[in-house]
Design a protein around this ligand. Structure first.
Ligand code: NAD
Ligand code: USQ
Length: 404
């Protein structure tokens, strides 16, 4: 298949582009490198030393003989996006190209507005480009489990059957997102559902849980192919952060009580899920939803698992409970269905089997690059400030949280 990977220079996108290329698909990466710019703006770096996209693609071609095309540009620029469609003519389009950090979207008004305009307008452009230029193209769009929030009932895969006043209907599952970022995904989902209904497009909304790990079969081929591993408080996800903290003996930063429960998956399962979605496209007019995660854990369960893995490496790992900088339930019911990808053949990697090899060992290997000043949370949900983040030197530690 001809598959365009929007956001293919990012964490999930890079691993996915290589996996699809290795499976024999013809792959194009579309990216404007904004993510690398955000790192520079925030003064942070991925734990792993990633190469430029040009170097990565050259190394991939050297190892496999497979070329990957690159279209450098902004998905919110319709002229650019439509010229990519005309030239590459994708049969499937995997859309990762969004601002994906909840804390980033909660820094201040500008970051909230940027997040929603970048994400919602980009996806709208994608929908219009498919309708106008490639109506059979299957959109595989990354959503998030965070769209559902933490309701006190079971979470279904996208839709729920509701009986009300004696009548019954299948309706989109209620959304209760926890940040302006997560809300941007809710808005995308509504726009996709509408476009499929009125224009007969075909789309799969992959409501992905929190991804962990960095190594996949493809990125392991060469150091030049190494993927990102973010651990800073804005872009680092919780398990990656805990492993890096454990590697330098920094107490694991559990926010609040630590009962926050989410769905998680290994990056090796992310790439396989996307492939399965591409190989089994949605029907014309269908906007289907897959809950893309393999296991669910509370933050405290993860901390205890990292503590136990640390012991095996002779690392002394302590746990600290910080005041939760987010507004979220710290203890709650959570039971989310996730059977559709398994039905298509997904065979999950389990965290208990990969924590040491795929995470802790990477954190230890790159220990020298760890910047401990990136561990404590500074972005606070209750008090987004109407200006840019102050520099690190301007922050003081108050009650375990760095504040201006
Ligand atoms: P990432 O930030 O590493 O990658 C996103 C890529 O998209 C970057 O390379 C960035 O430069 C590019 N991009 C952003 N806006 C763009 C634009 N307007 N035009 C062109 N390129 C643009 O993020 P990621 O972790 O790889 O996440 C990818 C997708 O998966 C996101 O949509 C995210 O919401 C979703 N997701 C990620 C996770 C996770 O744990 N990482 C979990 C669930 C869902
Ligand atoms: N948390 C801690 N300590 C930390 C960091 C996080 O306790 O040091 C807690 C958070 O408060 C939250 C949970 O861990 O309760 C998950 O936080 P996270 O930063 O790992 O993940 P999140 O903000 O939810 O976002 C990530 C990705 C996002 C994706 C989402 C999937 O950045 O792109 O959409 O995971 S989901 O969580 O299912 O919505």
């Amino acid at each position: 298949m001809k598959i365009a990977v929007l956001g293919g220079d990012g964490y999930c996108g890079w691993a996915t582009a290589l996996h699809l290329s290795r499976q024999g698909h013809s792959v194009a990466i579309v990216d404007n490198f904004l993510r690398r710019q955000w790192d520079r703006d925030l003064g942070v770096e991925t734990l792993t030393p990633i190469r430029t996209l040009a170097d990565r693609i050259e190394a991939w071609k050297r190892h496999t003989g497979n070329p990957i095309e690159v279209f450098e540009g902004d998905v919110t620029d319709y002229g650019f996006l439509s010229s990519m469609f005309r030239e590459f003519q994708p049969e499937a389009l995997v859309h990762f190209a969004e601002q994906r950090s909840a804390p980033y979207s909660m820094i201040d008004r500008q970051h909230a507005i940027f997040t929603q305009s970048n994400n919602v307008l980009g996806t709208l452009n994608v929908l219009f480009a498919i309708k106008e230029l490639q109506p059979e193209c299957h959109l595989v769009k990354l959503g998030t489990m965070g769209e559902y929030g933490t309701p006190n009932i079971d979470i279904e895969e996208g839709y729920i059957t509701i009986e009300h006043n004696g009548r019954k209907d299948v309706l989109p599952y209620p959304k209760q997102a926890g940040s302006f970022y997560h809300l941007s995904k809710v808005h995308d989902s509504h726009n996709m559902l509408f476009a499929c209904r009125v224009w007969g497009l075909r789309a799969t909304d992959l409501n992905q849980g929190v991804v962990y790990g960095t190594v996949t079969g493809e990125t392991a081929l060469d150091d030049a192919l190494i993927n990102r591993f973010d651990y800073d408080e804005v872009f680092g996800t919780v398990l990656n952060r805990f492993c890096v903290q454990a590697a330098v003996g920094f107490p694991l930063t559990v926010y609040g009580k630590g009962g926050q429960t989410r769905g998680y998956l290994d990056i090796r399962d992310t790439v396989r899920c996307v492939e399965l979605a591409c190989l089994n496209p949605a029907a014309k007019g269908e906007c289907r939803v897959f809950n893309q995660f393999t296991e669910q854990f509370s933050v405290l369960e993860l901390a205890h698992m990292v503590q136990a893995a640390g012991r095996k490496l002779s690392l002394k790992v302590d746990i600290q409970h910080l005041p939760d900088p987010r507004v979220e339930a710290e203890q709650h019911y959570y039971n989310a269905r996730h059977s559709k990808l398994a039905d298509l053949g997904l065979q999950p990697h389990l965290l208990s089997e990969s924590l040491l090899d795929s995470l802790m060992n990477i954190a230890v290997r790159y220990r020298e690059r760890i910047d401990e000043s990136l561990f404590l949370p500074r972005v606070n949900w209750r008090e987004p400030v109407n200006r840019r983040q102050p520099a690190k030197e301007e922050m003081v530690l108050t009650g375990g949280v760095l504040e201006p």
